[in-house]
Design a protein around this ligand. Sequence first.
Ligand code: ADP
Length: 462
Amino acid sequence: STDSLGVAPILTKLQKDCATPLPVLRHVADAMADDMRAGLAVDGGSDLKMILSYVDTLPTGNEKGLFYALDLGGTNFRVLRVQLGGKEERVVATEFEQVSIPPELMFATSEELFDFIASALGKFAQKEGGNFELQQGRAREIGFTFSFPVKQTSIRTGILIKWTKGFAVSGTAGKDVVACLNEAMERRGMDMQVSALVNDTVGTLAGARYWDDDAMVAVILGTGTNACYVERVDAIPKLTKRMSKSPITIVNTEWGAFSNGLPLTEFDREMDAESINPGEQIFEKTISGMYLGEIVRRVLVKMAKVGGLFGGSYVPEKLVTPFVLRTPDICAMQQDTSRDLEAVESVLYDVAGVKSDLSARKTVVDICDTIAKRGGRLAGAGIVGILQKMDEDSKGLIFGKRTVVAMDGGLYEHYPQYRGYLQEAVTELLGLEISKNVVIEHSKDGSGIGAALLAAANSKYE
Ligand code: ADP
């Protein structure tokens, strides 16, 4: 390939455009804190919606009894039951099932969808065995994790704004999804009712808090990304109607919409422009699992076309399809420690149908690393932004003592380099001493039990 530019200048420019030196991280953390304040001041005041969760009672560990959780966030939903035994016994027993939603129900009526969910939940409840026992005179209470945009109006009411993720169910938008589910359960004569409507990040925070009193922030890094944290009610100017006497409440930041001062490349801009939501969710498009592989793919296409990555200007046909290269693929390539980079070779062959030489494979690993590094470090800066905001408001109560950030999501769980870069950025920003107080850890049981715990903490019978 005599007329190609070579890969080196393209890689160098990519690394420069993706660089996240300390001043960039610091700017992102500061801007995150500023945007949080603006979003708390008035609705629509910032990229960050700073949604009030109406969760102002977190689990303490003292909860007792049988509780259910229902998690609806995609084409599968999970049902779970847990028997809580209080401070000493904790989780006595737990069981769960996953149910896939028949594709035709994604285009059905609201009644049809919720009847199906209620029926699956009812069948699951009927299989309740000897390890589980409902207290006399109580209905079975459910924590309902519903990962679609809702306008929450109390701990157990939320109006669906719109369906996303391929759902086109008619007749739910504008309605209270808790009422929809409760009515479906009533139609079947079930003794179950929703006690808490929960965002998945809020469920994660509740699950972490049950085990650890220092859990203050939860972050999900999966297909998408979001974060929530414990806020003081008197730091929320837009909260005018106080619902309870609690001095704290959980705020769902919807931080995926953050966009201030991010180091972006031509590849990010093109991906955004061709996306279904151009100009929106820019932080999410830079750091979350749905997009990292796609950014790498776009770099590879350019390097093949003008850099001679695969010889001449040969662009493998399969590589031109958006989203064929997935984040688990780039993660797998980065785990390759073999001398000949055999795993990289097979991913490139399987995904793009291309035969690569060793130098091309090395370049591909460098690109994956560049994109994962930027994502992980920016996620870390976002976390520091949240902690910084909390610390300033509480005059040192965050950094001056142990604080836990509960992490969940497939990207965080399965991508060790990404996780390492995230921690590295947090340590760089906070310094060694303070960062010892900030514990960033994978939350064991995810949001499932968390939702059941929130049903317990917000029980109608207490
Ligand atoms: P979701 O966010 O879709 O509710 P998860 O939290 O399980 O569900 O996250 C799934 C996402 O995690 C995938 O879309 C993918 O981007 C990312 N992921 C899954 N496995 C891996 C992996 N091995 N390496 C890197 N990322 C992964």
